[in-house]
Design a binder for this molecule. Structure first.
Ligand code: NAD
Length: 257
């Protein structure tokens, strides 16, 4: 219970990787905020954690909307206390050939996957500095470390997130605040299920073939479990990880070295 007394806000925690992260932080004693646009699923995740004896709240939170973010942080402070752990996990991962990547597609990807974390960090950092403790973990991707075809907008957003995190890690290095990225490979979540469905619909190939193509990137030839990502995030949030900042921790079966 090394995170007892800390308040952790996890964006996109109603599903997939974010849900696993929030649950793991709660297991370490943190009070958790499920910050998501999905009301029903978010309430269910919060209730399931309360049933286990954790302090957990769902707060509706749209990372594309600065007013919603401000309101979400204020509501968190009222219900649980100031946020000292922020996990920027909310994201979308749509693929398209570059020729079909129009400005609307580009803007949406950047808005959710890059501007969202920017706005959440702007909202969180003053409170962390005042509290004398801060941990920010940004869920980037192996797409933040290398290029993949048909993913220009997603790769741009995730590379941007990695760069912004490195810059902030240096800027706040003299403060009790760390900023790191965790970079998963293809993981077993609804985002990847819809990527597989997309490949099947567009190419007529079987689900098994589509899955095999995705896991071919990973030397372990498997999807990453959300829990494996959550374990890396939790370790970065522990008080003992104070000297780990500006890092990209790959959770990708050795895909990136
Ligand atoms: P997911 O679709 O299961 O969950 C994403 C969550 O984000 C959903 O609950 C969704 O409601 C929420 N969300 C979307 N837009 C939002 C907004 N505007 N405001 C607040 N919440 C919003 O996806 P996942 O696979 O768990 O992905 C989580 C993160 O991990 C993403 O940033 C994704 O890019 C990253 N990632 C995923 C994989 C993978 O293979 N699944 C690999 C690398 C990185």
């Amino acid at each position: 219970m090394k995170l007892q007394g800390k308040v952790a806000l996890v964006t996109g925690a109603a599903s997939g990787i974010g849900r696993a992260i929030a649950e793991q932080l709660a297991e370490e004693g943190a009070s958790i905020v499920i910050a998501d646009i999905q009301d029903k699923a978010g309430e269910e995740v919060a209730a399931a954690n309360r049933d286990k004896g954790h302090k957990a709240e769902f707060i509706r939170f749209d990372v594309t909307d600065a007013a919603s973010i401000e309101a979400g942080f204020a509501e968190t402070a009222k219900r649980l206390g100031p946020v000292t752990i922020l996990v920027n996990n909310a994201g979308i991962a749509k693929a398209a050939p570059f020729g079909k990547t129009d400005l609307a597609f580009w803007d949406l990807m950047i808005k959710i996957d890059l501007t969202g974390p920017f706005l959440c960090m702007k909202a969180a950092i003053p409170g962390m500095l005042a509290a004398g403790f801060g941990r920010i973990v940004n869920i980037a991707s192996t797409a933040g470390q290398t290029g993949y075809p048909y993913c220009a907008a997603y790769c741009a957003a995730k590379h941007g997130l990695v760069g912004m995190s490195r810059s902030l890690a240096r800027e706040y290095a003299a403060k009790p605040l760390t900023v790191n990225c965790v970079c998963p490979g293809y993981a077993d979540t609804p985002i990847v299920e819809s990527a597989i469905a997309n490949i099947v619909a567009k190419t007529g190939r079987s689900r098994e073939d589509a899955l095999a193509e995705l896991v071919a990137h990973n030397p372990q030839r498997r999807l990453i479990k959300p829990q494996e990502v959550a374990d890396a995030v939790t370790w970065l949030c522990l008080p003992g990880s104070a000297s780990v900042t500006g890092q990209n921790i790959g959770v990708a079966g050795g895909e990136m070295m």
